[in-house]
Design a protein around this ligand. Structure first.
Ligand SMILES: *Cc1c(COP(=O)(O)O)cnc(C)c1O
Length: 381
């Protein structure tokens, strides 16, 4: 089966008890057993729940993984992966991570679990090579990154990490499994914030871990049950429903984002545009090899700098001025005061996150309406 078919059918056979075509929301914490040790595979919903099982099977199929595990948030998924590590273990991670991931690594895991993180520019394989040590146990990569949309070469970095015996985890949230399959490129683990494209409607918070390595699945699934950061049946169901339209949504996100990126590129008031689908993007060639599409995130700066950026976010009408991304509705974000406010100004400006940078999560509304909205918000002059 191909992607769009799996999204609608995998893990989603008609309900055995009732014939319900759509997987029911099994809103139950417990399951009646026939006799001691005799049950239908479910005992308690922290351990397993049929709605969650359907979601886990579908997500695994979409990612090309043998196993999928659903979590209550992207960060709950991330910490489950970090549970593979022990005090003193060394981790090489990107220096341009999602802010919440950085906070979890640096403020929680470094201090309480004594994990040793090095943050490097993973878009540059030489920097990664220099940072890898014999005691490095994991390489953590986000590609494309937020909000600069730079790419890291997953197959090259995986080879380098594997030579040192380190496992490779990729946060695939920005591309979604529709456009990028890191396991196929050599990564061992994929993490998603299903809050974003997988759920796709800005109405649920969730996370996922996918792997085809049985030992890793065993250990992460043990942690999932032991620590309990699982989604409830309704949240699992909402993400599962989102997945059904992932393919069509991603195609439209990409079509709209490409049109928006081209419009911005040609606009006299625009200084820079970051979108992997533009030939001017520094890793456009890598994007064409590593991804099957460029997804729906665009960032840009205006010639008028921060002042012009502040004015623009107050004028958009179709684009809502809000955090988060990956929903059907278009959003505009000011990273310096929103998603990246916790990072000191000098540190974020090195990465290009200046006060004038704006980030768009391009939704699936009519393309012309999106462009007209940006046109009136940016002005002509
Ligand atoms: C949102 C996000 C996360 C965190 O996910 P939550 O669901 O908010 O916990 C992690 N990585 C990336 C790239 C994200 O965009």
């Amino acid at each position: 089966m191909k992607f769009a078919t799996k999204a609608i059918h995998t893990g989603q056979e008609a309900d055995l008890a009732t014939g319900a075509t759509i997987v029911p929301i099994y809103q139950t914490s417990t399951y009646t057993q026939q006799a001691p040790g005799q049950h239908k595979g479910y005992e308690y919903s922290r351990t397993a729940n049929p709605t969650r099982t359907a979601l886990e099977e579908c997500m695994a199929a979409l990612e090309g993984a043998d196993y999928g595990l659903a979590f209550a948030s992207g960060l709950a998924a991330t910490i489950s992966v970090m549970s593979l590590l022990s005090p003193g273990d060394h981790i090489v991670a990107g220096d341009d991570l999602y802010g919440g991931t950085y906070r979890l690594f640096d403020k929680v895991l470094r201090e309480s679990n004594k994990l040793d993180f090095d943050y490097v520019d993973t878009t540059d394989p030489d920097s990664v090579e220099r940072a890898l040590r014999p005691e490095t146990k994991m390489l953590w990569v986000e590609t494309p990154t937020n909000p600069m949309l730079t790419l890291s070469n997953v197959s090259l970095l995986s080879e380098m990490a594997h030579e040192r015996g380190a496992i490779v985890a990729v946060d695939n949230t920005f591309a979604s499994p529709y456009f990028q399959q890191p396991l196929e490129l050599g990564a061992d683990i994929v993490v998603h914030s299903t809050t974003k494209y997988m759920g796709g409607h800005s109405d649920v918070v969730g996370g996922a871990v996918m792997t085809s390595n049985e030992e890793l699945r065993e250990r992460i699934s043990f942690y999932q049950n032991a620590a309990g950061g699982v989604p409830g049946p309704f949240d699992a169901w909402i993400v599962l429903r989102g997945l059904k339209t992932l393919a069509v949504r991603m195609r439209q996100h990409e079509e709209n984002a490409l049109a928006v990126a081209r419009f911005l590129q040609d606009h006299p008031q625009v200084a820079t545009v970051n979108y992997p689908g533009l030939p001017s993007h520094p890793q456009h060639e890598l994007a064409k090899r590593q991804m099957s599409g460029f997804s729906g995130m665009v960032s840009f700066t205006l010639k008028g700098g921060a002042e012009a950026a502040y004015a623009a976010v107050q004028k958009t009408e179709v684009f809502s001025f809000a955090e988060s991304l990956g929903g059907v509705e278009s959003l505009i974000t000011h990273p310096a005061t929103m998603t990246h406010a916790a990072i000191p100004k000098e540190q974020r400006e090195v990465r290009g996150v200046t006060d004038g940078l704006l980030r768009l999560s391009v939704g699936i509304e009519d393309t012309e309406d999106l462009i007209a909205d940006l046109k009136q918000a940016i002005g002509t002059g």
